[in-house]
Each structure stands twice: as C-alpha cells, then as structure tokens.
Design a protein. Sequence first.
Length: 289
Amino acid sequence: MRTRSAVAATALAALLCLPLTGCGGGDGGADAAPPTATQTPTPSPAAEPRNAAEFLAHAREAMAARPGWTFTVRGDEGLTSPGGDSAASYTATVDRTTGEPMTLHSTGTTHVKGADKPEEVYVVDGTGHIRKGAHGVWTSGPVSDPGIAAVVEDPIAALDAFAEHGDAVTVRKSAGAVELRAALGSAAPLSAVRGRAVTEKAIREFAPTREQLRGAGIAPSDDRITVESVEETLTLDPTTYRLTAHRFTCVFLIPYQGGAMRYHQEVTEHTKGVFSGTVTLPAGVTGGS
C-alpha cells in the first residue's frame, strides 16, 4: 500500500514472530467569429490529449482548478512465509489542498489481527506530522524523509511522480475512463531494477519490511530478492481529466528456509469530492522531530 509504513510495521512485527518464535502474525478548430454588439465569443474546444504526458498535464490543471480535494484510501499489505501468514489493512480519508504551500490532513485506521489502531497525519509547510494511536506522541520531519513520505498518502503527488515513468506509461481510453498504466515488464532480481522509475516506489515501500527482516536475521542480498511485479495506474475522467483513482501494487519474493517469503502491497485511492476547507495543525504540534 504505500504506502503504509504504519501497516508494514504493524503486520511485520507480528509476522516475524511466526517463523522465528512460533507466534502469529497506496486543450481547436477554426477561429471563433469576432465579437459584435450582439455576439459573445465562444471558447474554442480543448484539443484532446494525444499521449500520456498531455493527459497528465490536463489532469494536473484540472485538479489545480479547485482549492482542494478529499480522497478515500484503502491499503492492504501482507507477508506469507513457510512459517505462516500475516496481513494488515489500512483505511483513511485524506483532505489535500492544491495551493502553495500544499497542506494535507489524513485520519485513518490500521486493522491487524482483529485490532484497530487510529493514525493521523498532517503536512504543513513541508513538514509531516504523524501520530499513531489515539494518545500517541507526534513524530515530525520533512516530507522528503523516506520514513515520513512512506506514511503520507497524496494522490495528487502521484500525477507528478507518474511523469517520471516516461515512455513506460501506456494509455487506455474507454467511454467511461482514461487509464494511464506503468508496470514492470517481467520479474527480475532487485539488483537489476534499482534506478528504474517504475520500481522506485516499490523499493521504497519494501524498505521498512526489509529492515524488519534484517533485524530477524533474514538478510539476503539484492540479487537474491526477486521483484515479481510492480504496477501503478491513474484513472482519469474522460471529459474533465480529473483524477478519479490511483492504484499501486507490488510483490517481492525473499528467499527463506529453502523456499520464499512473499511480500505484497496494494493501495487504492479514490477521489471523493472537492475540499474547500483549511488544514491547520492542532495545538501543541510544531515542526521538528
């Protein structure tokens, strides 16, 4: 899912107990006629986008035309191993402004092993603030920090990130939607796909899990870890070009006890509607870490 380092940490902490200690474990046509005293100029229709870059430019313009947006988020994450399985999920509502500087507020819940844990995230003035648990301590840091970035669900930021995929993006149009897709062509060792734009997010999302595994003594090299699949899609309204959904999935295979552990993550974000409010930090929360 991130996406969700919160889910990863919770799920994996539980899972790592399984194999090791036995416990359980996301712009036309001809020029318009000149105006007269009785005629109003008619705007020329926007030209239809011809490629992924133009669709992305239209989408960014469409989303920036409103003061902000509300999104719903659903994330699922899990680790399967010869010793057992662990799974976790995450749901949240995100309010995100489009002006400069961007602000964001997310309230969500991590679900793991029958227990729910609330999580709240703010982004203000380039700093992320995270609180896990209803009475947890706020952790703050720059949004450029991987640990902070992994917890911030920002579908609009995905529009900019998608542009980095370049020619790897395919476009599929239908009567009801335009889908932009970037994917890893086939399974490959982690060492062979480092540096590729299409796998950058997946590797970043896998990092917290890998650290958990290392802490448990499971530390295979990059050439022994397989990136089985990575796929990311953006769905746009075919008329307005507004972002309607963003989906990310990845699967990694980690060698373990003669077999393999399978790590998977999936995050789906949907645009719920326009957000016209403001995002303000609660009292007592300041920058820093």
